[in-house]
Design a protein around this ligand. Structure first.
Ligand SMILES: [Zn+2]
Length: 195
């Protein structure tokens, strides 16, 4: 049963020294029997957070549009997305922010630099009650290896690969040539990397 996800981001010399640890027990999840399900649920969590924090923020055209951009951010419902689609002062439509794979991976990698305060929503987002929680690693101490899904490096690419399985519509022409994460190749077969 997977109850913890521990990972490093970055590749080779860029691999982070510090490890990030998430647990699912805090929200009452007993754990995941499937390695793939554990990672996909984690991917859904991070994407939901990224959507609220980044993707939902429409690009203001004029200074006056910043208010609509701010008020419209952090919402996933079609109704709220529509409500702040146009600036009420200049009547300009605010542009949707396109999904950017590098930005998504950077967003994820930079979560390790956050404080408890700056991390933002850790329990739910506008579209999802989160499953994985990044605080209180005390529970991690003494956990058995069987309970841990551990990624030794480059977790951001493994996350992106999983996101593309969940949302193939996000794959652009350029992205089709991106390399695959070897950890993802194992995880999608329900095999833990780095055993
Ligand atoms: Zn405006």
């Amino acid at each position: 049963m997977i109850r913890f996800i521990a990972y490093h981001t970055g590749y080779v010399e860029n691999c982070t020294v510090a490890v990030m640890v998430y647990q699912c027990g805090f929200f009452g999840h007993l754990g995941y029997a499937s390695v793939k399900e554990a990672w996909l649920e984690f991917t859904k969590d991070i994407y939901a957070k990224y959507f609220d924090d980044v993707l939902s923020v429409r690009i203001p055209t004029n200074d006056c549009c910043k208010t609509a951009s701010m008020l419209g951010s952090g919402h996933n419902s079609a109704e709220m997305r529509e409500k702040y689609r146009v600036c009420e002062k200049c009547n300009t439509e605010l542009k949707e922010r396109p999904f950017d794979a590098e930005e998504f991976m950077d967003y994820f990698s930079n979560l390790r630099k956050d404080t408890c305060d700056s991390y933002g929503d850790a329990e739910d987002t506008s579209s999802r009650n989160l499953c994985w929680w990044p605080f209180w690693t005390k529970d991690f101490i003494g956990a058995s290896k069987e309970q841990i899904l551990y990624l030794g490096e480059y977790a951001e690419l493994t996350l992106l690969n999983a996101l593309y399985e969940l949302h193939p519509e996000l794959i652009t022409e350029k992205e089709k040539y991106r390399g695959h994460s070897s950890d993802w190749e194992l995880i999608k077969q329900n095999i833990k990397p780095n055993i």
